[in-house]
Design a protein around this ligand. Structure first.
Ligand code: SAM
Length: 208
């Protein structure tokens, strides 16, 4: 059965060509960029030679150069202008671009050795959508997956509410996320907290 088509309007407000420079322009965000790239490289190091990977959402292609040695890189995003920018910046033959939702990835089961889903799940508020996305990620990989989300820091959320500040994204409890991944057939190898942020990365392995 097909997953529901979600339309939560998560479209980047800035032009696609400005996403990387505006989001990762500050010194702090450049450090976070390095931490995220290192995590991608850690996963890449676990993959076989001539590996195939998915990057969803690939956005404007920030992480695609990390897969320069891959045989096939499937780069998906729901925003066609982000995808066009990603394609312009990554002309290598191994890169294949297609508009697609993370809840419905146009690939067969176990199509790739590894998969990256970076900076999407903190946008997802709907529990069923989150479940659909995690199970879709698990379906498509036969090896590893690297996902990110915002972890719930109750004190920080309370403090932001008290001080009238906006609570960012849709944070999730680490244990709930681990359980969700486990139910979808993905076991947690490592949980990586990005210092001084809510950003958390899960390096996961598909259960055999
Ligand atoms: C914050 S960007 C992250 C891009 C990239 N992963 C990175 O870390 O640089 C979020 C991207 O998610 C895309 N997006 C939002 N919802 C999506 C969905 N359900 N499926 C696929 N892409 C989605 C947006 O179009 C946007 O390009």
């Amino acid at each position: 059965m097909k997953n529901k088509v979600y339309d939560s309007g998560r479209v980047e407000k800035k032009p696609a060509s400005e996403y990387i420079s505006s989001r990762f322009g500050s010194e702090r965000m450049q450090q976070i960029d390095i931490i995220e790239r290192n995590a991608v490289q850690k996963m890449v190091g676990m993959l076989p030679q001539d590996f195939a990977v998915v990057d969803i959402p690939c956005g404007s292609g920030r992480l695609l150069p990390e897969f320069a040695k891959a045989k096939s890189v499937y780069a998906f995003d729901i925003n066609a202008s982000m995808l066009a920018e990603a394609q312009k910046n990554n002309p290598g033959e191994q890169y294949k671009f297609q508009v697609a939702s993370a809840a419905e990835i146009p690939l067969p089961d176990g199509a790739v050795d590894g998969l990256v889903c970076m900076r999407l799940l903190h946008h997802v508020a709907d529990k069923k959508e989150l479940e659909d996305i995690i199970s879709e990620l698990s379906r498509v990989t036969k090896g590893y997956a690297l996902i990110t989300f915002y972890r719930k820091n109750i004190l920080k959320i309370l403090w932001r509410k008290i001080t009238g500040k906006r609570v960012r994204g849709n944070p999730k409890k680490i244990d709930d996320m681990e359980l969700l991944c486990q139910k979808a057939g993905l076991s947690l190898i490592e949980s990586i907290k990005v210092p001084k942020t809510q950003q958390t990365m899960f390096l996961l392995k598909k259960n055999s």
